[in-house]
Ligand binder design. Sequence first.
Ligand code: PLP
Length: 401
Amino acid sequence: MSAHSDAMFASAALDRCPLMPTYAAPTVQFVRGEGSWLFDVAGKRYLDLLSGLAVTSLGHAHPEVAAVIAEQASTLLHVSNLFGNEHQGPLASTIDELLGGGGQVFFSNSGAEANECAIKLARKHAGASMGRFNVVCAYGSFHGRTLATLHATGQPTKWEAFQPLPEGFRHAAWCDLVDLERQLDDTVAAVLLEVVQGEGGVNVATTEYFTEVRRLCDERSILLMVDEVQTGLGRTGEWFAFQHVLDGARPDVVTLAKALGNGTPIGACWARADVAAAFEPGDHGSTYGGQPLAAAAARSVLSVMQRENVPERARVAGMVISERVIALPHVRDVRGLGLLLAVELDTEALGRDARAINAELLDLGVVANAITPTAIRLAPSLLISEGEIDHAITILAEVLT
Ligand code: PLP
């Protein structure tokens, strides 16, 4: 039996793991979570500094969100989007208000699907049938694993095994205006960018770059679409990461997922209403997108987030963590925004890479992830407490000393 099977299916009496081998064998299986803490099958406690990859921004089993989910599960689970449900409209309105108003929302089940919606919308809006369909993305980006979003993702090594990928994507060097401008001919419908490349290594774009991209898009009637799947909803110290880099302007299309459901699968594609108007009934859809359970959960997530003022909490906690981590031995740099951080390590002096350091952290009960061979990514709950930060720093110091 493989390590994968050992961890996941020790009692299943199978000679092979029943799961496809798309993820490396897990070494830990969690059975319960509470706030910033996770508990494994043996009852060992872990401080979660990763939040299921920037998903559980309100921590695990948030009592208010859990109560809403339980209530909704015993009230109405699903009706299909052929009918209305009481949560979609108010949820879309809250997202629209947070984004400054004047827009409309499509609900999906994931980040990749939110981006698929954005890509289809950009093509329909620009007139793909007239030859205007290209979407320009950045190298180093991550936009999902469906065939289209895989091609949008600027990591050619991930494309190789899955050719042919759908046409219509171009890539420019990250934060390189000259390279981006070179790609903007009259076949381009949209530019799709992250503000912080999360999966790409926590690389933060500059204001100069983004404001200039906004200007170029305006000048050429190209949509600016920002993928806020990882960065949206307070994570970076603002409601949306674009607020750090667009100098009061905003994108035409914004995609969300991850934190929106705090673990309930839901994504959203927001667009300015005049852009969204390109869609007609039948152009796009999803059986589950915005179904009552996910929409109710997301409504309650946003209500807690607003009450707790999560952007401010992320900003303050992010500053505290950065200041304390940079003072630790063998830390070269801490980059990122708010509570989406990468700790760049002097792996040569440490004599081991970020993956080994991450495994040691896990052994000592801290969940993080090695985002590059030399950097550890931290994306804790936006409600992380001072005591939990103390604990994180103590364990990090122990591993790095
Ligand atoms: N976009 C960004 C910026 C992401 O970080 C991710 C996932 O990590 C995705 C899209 C894809 O989201 P999902 O895994 O929910 O499809």
